[in-house]
Write a protein that binds this ligand. Sequence first.
Ligand code: PMP
Length: 348
Amino acid sequence: MVRVRSSLAQLPAYVPGCKMPGAVALASNESPYGLLPGVTARLAELAGGVSRYPDLSATALVQALAEHHDVETERIAVGAGSSEVCAQLLHSVVGPGDEVVFGWRSFEAYPILTAVAGGTAVQVPLRAHGLDLDAMAEMVSDRTRLVFVCNPNNPTSTAVGEQALRDFADRVPEDVLIVVDEAYREYADPELVPDALTLLGDRPNVVVLRTFSKAYGLAGLRVGYCVGSPGIAAHVRKTQIPFSVSALAQEAAMVALGEHAEVVRRAALTVAERQRVTGRLRALGFEVPDSQANFVWLPLAGDSGDFALHCLGGDVVVRPFVGEGVRVTIGLRAENDALLALAASWRG
Ligand code: PMP
């Protein structure tokens, strides 16, 4: 019998949002608008070329990202989704026994990837459905090597502001890596939620994580990246599984980046729908924290499973976190209307 790592025996598997053909899919924070116009055409053109390996360094994509963010190419590293970049960052700085601090509840992959990297997760309870950066700073110890700041936070949707983020970064020692995960950046109000790249980008221990899976509509192709110091980016490249970002993914991401104006337009539609859904749910008596993402959080505690089942009965798939709450992705207007009708009829 092969001996496996005993430290992983209790590791929970990542549970993705449930997929139900034909149902309204509001469980996985995907864009409801489908592919950006140019992406479909470019993918068809490229399909014949996939018998060859992709560009290992994703040179053209990295160049396009560097121009987009106005930073040097050396500061960028890509991966197969920002989940893989999370793993690459962990593998770059965390060894056995090292601690990784993050708010909880937050992105489900943090504890899993931390354990896989051999680290110890230090989960800091949220306060009022948001990250408690003071409490997180207090939990940073000599053993801490990395801190995840998910902003806005998945699944609770709230975001921390500029002063809080800057104060936090000031308190974390310079030898600890701060990963600001901005998977939902495009849906956040720039007046309220700082762009960590602008705010903290010049600090060598800060890395900003972005993805093409949400607003750019490429969840199925798997492309994410980070922007950090050249030294950290070099380590992230070293820890990547060779060729993990496919040729199609690289090309699609470049085309999508070129259609940034359309991304901004679609994100604005989602934000408008988010405001409408939030208002209606509140009018129905639901508590809904202020969301800065493409989903809303219903802290239904013990009723979460029941609400999700009620929605499923009406062919709408949402994401329950049993005993805590339900995350509902903002979809197209008609999809959101289906959700709102179910919310109104719940226990009605
Ligand atoms: N970070 C956060 C906060 C997320 O919610 C997600 C997706 N659920 C990711 C990272 C990973 O996204 P991907 O791997 O598709 O880029």
